[in-house]
Design a protein around this ligand. Sequence first.
Ligand SMILES: Cc1cc2nc3c(=O)[nH]c(=O)nc-3n(C[C@H](O)[C@H](O)[C@H](O)COP(=O)(O)OP(=O)(O)OC[C@H]3O[C@@H](n4cnc5c(N)ncnc54)[C@H](O)[C@@H]3O)c2cc1C
Length: 406
Amino acid sequence: MRYDFDCLIVGGGLVGASLATALRDLPIRIGVVEAVPVTADQQPSYDDRGLGIAPASQRILQAIGCWEALAKEATPIREIHVSDRGHFGTTRISAKKLGIDQLGHIVIGRALGKVLQNAIMTAENTEFICPGTIVSIENRPDHIHVVIQEGEKTRTASIRLLIAADGGQSRVREMLGVKTETKDYGQTAIVTNVTPELDHNHTAFERFTTSGPLALLPSTEGRCVVVWTAETDCAQKIMQLEESDFLNRLGDRFGHRLGNFIKMGTRRSYPMRLIRAKNLVGLRFAIIGNAAHTIHPNAAQGLNLGLRDVACMAELIADAVRRGKDLASPDLLNTYSDTRQRDHQQVIRFSDGLTKLFYNDNPLLIAMRGLAMLGVDLIPPAKRALVRRAMGLAGNCSRLIRGLPL
Ligand SMILES: Cc1cc2nc3c(=O)[nH]c(=O)nc-3n(C[C@H](O)[C@H](O)[C@H](O)COP(=O)(O)OP(=O)(O)OC[C@H]3O[C@@H](n4cnc5c(N)ncnc54)[C@H](O)[C@@H]3O)c2cc1C
């Protein structure tokens, strides 16, 4: 059987493009279908959101050859400060006290997108079909037949392995008949960047307030990325505030640890939903990234989880290529599903649990979260375990996370 693509990735966002980049040196033919043109300002995956990149993700980006180009735009996080507005209990996590250089980095989505896009557009084994979408999918035992809309043209392709990486509202997931579990948090996250009077000192602040979590993350040129989550009605009003009123309201929510906020960038809002695919694999396909799991950004884990999907899938594909095996064998796909389900489960439980624990006025829960934060602050092993998990270094790690080649 002649295949047009050994692996077709639908969605050239941060996760899909990372997988294509990881596979660029293998002797296989890869296609990436991306709906939004490269030049478009509205590329949904490559916008101005500040992304907390855990050390495991840094290693993956390093191993696939993207970190070097990104490093100058990545701001190290040396301290994390978690507090609960108006209540007792704070947790401080310091890289220095843990004997490490940093706890992670903040990278702007647009900067990471640029590096990844450049990587896939210059890879010899990759065809970047953009703007393109999938019109129909037919899975057969020995291949998948797809119809691709590429600009004005329609083309057909036969492929070995189809990867759905087209985000939370995945059309491919729907076409493949994969059901989802969803939950609308009724919250909206507002993202912008601000310049505070005082130096952020590489500290990431996460402040839980009764109307939702507020994060201030250290960024380049003395700026901080703001991720302010509130109930959707309230968030819509905040979005419409004049700049000076927005900055005053932010100061009121955050406090004055960084002095006043003097300047801000454009604001963008994102509705908060949990979307989880009920299956990660099926006949000749697998689902990765937000198409598999869209989570609340309160724990800064969505992309990190997606990059661990990439590390796992890239390793399985590389092993199959080396052994001359089918890239979409049930064995390979089931190993991907079994390996990733556990990590997904744990991260989703943690992030969803945070929304319940912190987005609540119940006095018992307020006391519990104060105690939980104090506990984490005072018990070094608890702090270390939490940090290791947040860094993405707990459990079984793929080769790319261990800094090994594919
Ligand atoms: C406010 C906010 C803050 C966040 N902060 C963090 C953080 O600090 N750390 C972290 O790890 N994560 C964070 N995340 C999550 C992170 O942004 C996502 O997990 C990540 O962007 C998912 O990437 P993806 O490529 O899977 O999906 P997406 O970013 O949704 O990309 C999907 C891609 O598929 C394309 N596409 C869609 N439909 C089609 C189609 N039919 N055909 C072809 N292409 C299609 C889209 O154009 C897009 O390029 C945050 C998210 C938000 C909203």
